[in-house]
Design a protein. Structure first.
Length: 186
C-alpha cells in the first residue's frame, strides 16, 4: 500500500489531478479517523461534523497549486494542519456570531454540550503552533502527527526517518514551547 501511495504522490507532483482524488480515496478511512479525532479534541461542542470537516479539508488540499508531499506522513501532517485550521476558523466564526455578528432571530438552540471548549484557546493554540513553525518546523510536524493525527512515536520516527528517541525529545521540546507560548505551566 505504501508503494501505491508513493506512486500517487509522485503523480500528483506531476500535475495529475486524478491522482489527488485517488490518494484521497485511498486514505479516506484514515483521514476520517483523523477528522474525528480533531473534532473530539476541540471539545465536542462544535456543530461541525466529521465528514464535513474531512471534505472541507479535501477542498483545502485540492486548492493547492503544487503538491509537496514526499511521503504519507507529510501528507497526513498537512491534512491535519488543514483540519486544525478549519476548526479554528469555524470556532472564531462562531465566537464572532456569539458577539452579535450576522444577528438574526431564529429558534433558540436548547442543546447543551457536556464538554465546552473555549474557542479563544483554539485560536491561541493555532497561533502558538504558527510561532513554533517559525522556530522549528519539524517540531510542528511532530505535534501534528502525534497530537492531531494520533500516531505513535515509533510510527512518526519511521515516517520522518529519525529515531524514536529523537521524536520523543522533539515532542517534549514542542510541548514546553507551546506551554510557554500559551502561558500555561508545563
Amino acid at each position: 500500500m505504501e508503494s501505491s501511495i508513493s506512486a500517487l504522490i509522485t503523480s500528483i507532483e506531476g500535475g495529475d489531478r486524478a491522482a489527488a482524488d485517488a490518494l484521497f480515496a485511498t486514505l479516506y478511512s484514515e483521514l476520517h479517523r483523523l477528522a474525528k479525532g480533531q473534532l473530539a479534541r476541540s471539545g465536542g461542542n462544535l456543530t461541525l461534523g466529521t465528514t464535513t470537516l474531512l471534505h472541507e479539508a479535501y477542498l483545502e488540499l485540492s486548492r493547492r497549486d503544487v503538491a509537496a508531499f514526499p511521503d504519507r506522513g507529510r501528507f497526513m501532517a498537512y491534512a491535519s494542519r488543514a483540519m486544525r485550521g478549519l476548526i479554528i476558523d469555524y470556532a472564531r466564526s462562531r465566537q464572532a456570531l456569539k458577539r452579535g455578528g450576522q444577528f438574526e432571530i431564529t429558534q433558540l438552540d436548547t442543546d447543551v454540550s457536556e464538554h465546552l471548549v473555549d474557542h479563544a484557546d483554539l485560536a491561541r493554540i493555532g497561533e502558538a503552533l504558527d510561532g513554533l513553525a517559525a522556530v522549528d518546523p519539524r517540531l510542528v510536524q511532530v505535534v501534528d502527527l502525534k497530537f492531531f493525527c494520533g500516531f505513535t512515536f515509533g510510527e512518526i520516527a519511521a515516517m520522518l526517518g529519525i529515531t524514536e528517541r529523537t521524536v520523543q525529545r522533539d515532542w517534549e521540546k514542542a510541548r514546553i514551547y507551546l506551554h510557554n507560548a500559551m502561558g500555561t505551566p508545563s
